[in-house]
Design a protein around this ligand. Structure first.
Ligand SMILES: Nc1ncnc2c1ncn2[C@@H]1O[C@H](COP(=O)(O)OP(=O)(O)OP(=O)(O)O)[C@@H](O)[C@H]1O
Length: 813
């Protein structure tokens, strides 16, 4: 299955010793021969290992890592990390991996899939005597940066005694900074977005020697959100390679296998033997709670479990933020944390570390945490919002009951979701048991939240955003059997969040879409103090046909600020001037202006030559000979050779009387000259030859003309440039303002529902490559050859980004 690496690599993966010993001092020669011996021994060991792997019986039942033909550095790395017994998936997948076979690995959450691919990755490169010069040998893709970090940490642990260079690429640094080091990496753990950017833009980064591609959480990486990126990455990779796909919810979609050019893949699944898709040590419950009571129930749960470690899943980052902020204000007596896709990388890493280390804490999170993350000793997984499908459910609950530990999970379902979602779980063989919440144990926080939102507009704003994003998340779900937006009591839900009412959401369409279209107009009139007036208007409106423009002019902000906006406008739709001036009582002229604004009647145009005549003949009296009313009562003035001019306001009527005011309608006069015959000519006529000659000879005149024009052009250029500069300045200012607004909005904005899109560009990290951090020194050539390098230290725990950066100097261990 392996294609031999293209670069020469006769040497073992420690650096080659110098060849010639002739003519050197005795001690040196002795040293060199020692090295040669050592190298020979190393090569012999590798050949033995190759043989053992070839002879490995794929059907043999394996119990411990020591039953596998592994190199000494890997075996010692595993034992130093306290890994001794193989899990089911490891026992079945590693031997296939060692033999270089393509694998589709499926096993329950927390069953040790990470080692099932890491061990073959390290071992296969070792047996191929991979060195820095060989470039990238293995690429491991993860859908989230947290998971990538975790995989990288595990790689460091078990690979601590190897000399491969390994990098973690999850974004965050400048591309250039990363580019310098990309070419030197043997194993990369990365998220798809930035990887593709490097494949496209980093000249030094070569993948044509790649031996292995691993997709952790493969079904997620291959789904719609990542599709384009992953396809483009695969286009850059050699077709001849080993590919390993792992997930707790693995699929065997033929299309995916074709996309990855899998060659007779081995489907290693440890689900089939078991009756459930979830770990047997996991107790799974669901409870049916109407949406407006969910937050109360969650609060009561937290208060009753202050000595537990809990993850609470919500469907959007905005909900995560609101729940976190709101419950934090209520001081539950346990530390609260929150994690979602839009947080900055440093913050996310901090939260992950804090929650990993905490004994008792509650983590509010989106599905960014659902897959792969291995937080130690989580007692409870609460799903406040129904997950989008059974697979997401399986991954979420899989954050507890990991590797033979016990754990409990509770799913909150609105009555409208119960039937549809339970069906889905049944199909996936997920055993859930219904539990009921004791009414006397439930405490309501509604009033407290309403008080808090009243006092703190920012909290209220977060609540409104959370409400909208929740409704949106339900609205976009494909499974309409489970997610029925019309059956949700949204008004009560909004109140349960502490909001005075449900913010209007424009995207809710349905049978009443038309009705809703006119809703905005009706809303405007609802804010009127005089109900009878509004009624009259409504009745009148029923008869009138409302156009798109009518609606446009009447439209009010229907969203979060609708109420506030309504207070700022009068019944007639005009703005209140600082609360003092009632615009509706304005003078006729202004009313006319409004009428003019909406009117589409023909107006006077500048240059109407008979305007003077019109004004002269026009009078304010109805008996004026030129003015008449048509059948609709519109006053018109007839002027010979013109369309009738419409007098559509008193203002215009006054205007027509004032000659002075009418001047502005007249076009500028044209200057004419008259010849002897009395004919009118434009001024630009050729002057006579004599007159021309009188001004000097032609050349002098031409030069003078050119000089004048050059100067004029120069001046115009200067002016133009100044205008351009000004425009650029303005543009820059606008862009900056927009970017600032976007950044602020992004902080609020969520979008990390896992089903919607792939993660935004995950920042890039190549540990040990930061100028601010001191990389761990790589053992010297001498140390590596003689084998007297310092005993490997157990990796430090990563607490900050800096730690992470300082961890590897491009070397494992
Ligand atoms: N052979 C083993 N012996 C002891 N512990 C192990 C072994 N293999 C894995 N573990 C531990 O089990 C835990 C879960 O492993 P891992 O994260 O690889 O699970 P997973 O199957 O990838 O889960 P998920 O599907 O959620 O991604 C980790 O803490 C890991 O250190």
């Amino acid at each position: 299955m392996f294609s031999p690496p293209a670069t020469p690599q006769d040497q073992p993966n420690s650096i080659m010793a110098p060849r010639g010993v002739k003519g050197k001092p005795k001690a040196k020669a002795h040293q060199d021969s020692g090295r040669i011996l050592k190298r020979k021994r190393g090569e012999e060991q590798i050949s033995d290992l190759v043989k053992q792997v070839e002879e490995l019986d794929l059907k043999a039942s394996l119990k411990n890592f020591s039953d596998l033909p592994l190199s000494e550095p890997t075996a010692s790395g595993l034992s130093a990390s306290h890994y001794k017994t193989l899990t089911d998936i490891q026992a079945r997948a590693i031997s296939h991996g060692l033999k270089g076979r393509d694998i589709l690995g499926a096993a329950k959450t927390g069953s040790g899939k990470t080692l099932a691919f890491l061990v073959p990755v390290i071992e296969n490169l070792y047996r191929k005597k991979w060195t820095e010069l060989d470039g990238l040998g293995a690429l491991i893709l993860s859908p989230t940066r947290e998971l990538a970090i975790q995989i990288f940490e595990q790689l460091r642990k078990v690979g601590r005694n190897h000399h491969f260079s390994a990098g973690l690429i999850i974004g965050g640094k400048s591309l250039r900074e990363e580019q310098d080091r990309m070419g030197r990496m043997n194993i990369l753990v990365c998220t798809p977005g930035r990887m593709l950017q490097h494949l496209d833009q980093t000249a030094m980064f070569e993948t044509n020697n790649l031996q292995m591609l691993v997709l952790d959480e493969a079904d997620r990486i291959l789904d719609m959100g990542f599709q384009k990126t992953v396809d483009a990455i695969i286009d850059h990779l050699p077709k001849q390679r080993q590919t390993m796909l792992f997930s707790a919810t693995q699929t065997k979609k033929v299309g995916d296998l074709a996309r990855l050019s899998l060659q007779e893949p081995e489907y290693v699944s440890v689900h089939e033997s078991a009756d459930a898709a979830t770990p047997s040590t996991l107790q799974q419950h669901y409870t049916v709670i109407p949406l407006p009571q969910k937050l109360d129930t969650l609060w009561s749960f937290i208060r009753a479990n202050l000595k537990a470690k809990t993850i609470v899943f919500l469907s959007s980052g905005k909900q995560v933020r609101y729940c976190y902020e709101a419950l934090r204000h209520l001081q539950p007596g346990i530390s609260l944390l929150h994690l979602h896709g839009r947080q900055k990388q440093g913050g996310r890493l901090d939260v992950t570390t804090k929650f990993s280390q905490a004994q008792h804490a509650v983590l509010f999170a989106t599905d960014v945490v659902a897959r792969g993350l291995d937080f130690p000793a989580v007692d409870w997984v609460i799903q406040m919002d129904c997950p989008e499908d059974a697979d997401t459910y399986i991954h979420r609950v899989g954050r507890t009951a990991r590797y033979e530990r016990v754990g409990r999970a509770v799913l909150f379902l609105d009555p409208s979701e119960e039937k549809g979602f339970l069906n889905q779980l049944e199909q996936k063989k997920v055993p859930v048991v219904r539990i009921n919440i004791k009414a006397n144990k439930q405490h309501s926080v509604k009033n407290q939240l309403q008080n808090m939102c009243f006092k703190d507009p920012e909290l209220k704003y977060l609540g409104q955003k959370a409400f909208i994003s929740y409704v949106k998340s339900v609205y976009v779900q494909k499974d309409k059997e489970t997610f029925k937006i019309k059956e949700l009591p949204l008004e009560e839900y909004a109140q349960s969040l502490g909001l005075p009412g449900a913010p209007r959401i424009k995207f809710i369409k349905g049978d009443d879409a038309k009705e809703r279209k006119n809703e905005s107009w009706r809303m405007a009139h609802m804010s009127s103090d005089d109900d009878s007036d509004a009624e009259k208007k409504d009745k009148k409106d029923e008869k009138e046909v409302r156009t798109r423009y009518d609606r446009m002019f009447e439209r009010r902000n229907q969203g979060v600020l609708a109420e506030h906006y309504s207070k700022l406008i009068n019944d007639d739709g005009t703005m209140i001037d600082n609360g003092t001036k009632d615009v509706s009582k304005d003078v006729d002229d202004e009313a006319d202006e409004d009428a003019d604004f909406l009117s589409v009647k023909r107006r006077f145009t500048a240059g109407d030559e008979n305007l003077g005549a019109a004004s002269g003949s026009d009078s304010d009296s109805d008996s004026d000979s030129d003015a008449e009313k048509d059948t609709t009562g519109v006053k018109k003035v007839h002027i010979a050779g013109q369309d009738p001019l419409i007098i559509d306001s008193k203002r215009r009527e006054k205007l027509l009387k004032s000659k002075k005011k009418l001047l502005k309608f007249k076009g500028k006069g044209t200057k004419l000259i008259y010849d002897d015959e009395g004919n009118a000519h434009e001024v630009y006529e050729m002057e006579s030859e004599d007159a021309f000659k009188a001004k000097g000879d032609a050349n002098t005149q031409r030069e003078k003309f050119l000089e004048g024009e050059t100067e004029r052009t120069r001046q115009a250029d200067i002016e133009d440039k100044e205008v351009m500069r000004e425009k650029r300045r303005e543009k820059k200012e606008k862009r900056k303002a927009r970017e600032r607004a976007e950044i602020a909005a992004e902080a609020e904005e969520e979008g990390d529902f896992q089903g919607l899109s792939h993660l935004p560009h995950v920042p890039f990290e190549i540990p040990g490559s930061d100028s601010e951090s001191e990389p761990e020194p790589r053992p010297s050539k001498k140390q590596r050859v003689s084998g007297d390098e310092e005993p490997s230290k157990a990796p430090k725990s990563i607490e900050t980004l800096g730690d992470l950066e300082a961890l590897a100097s491009g070397l494992l261990g």
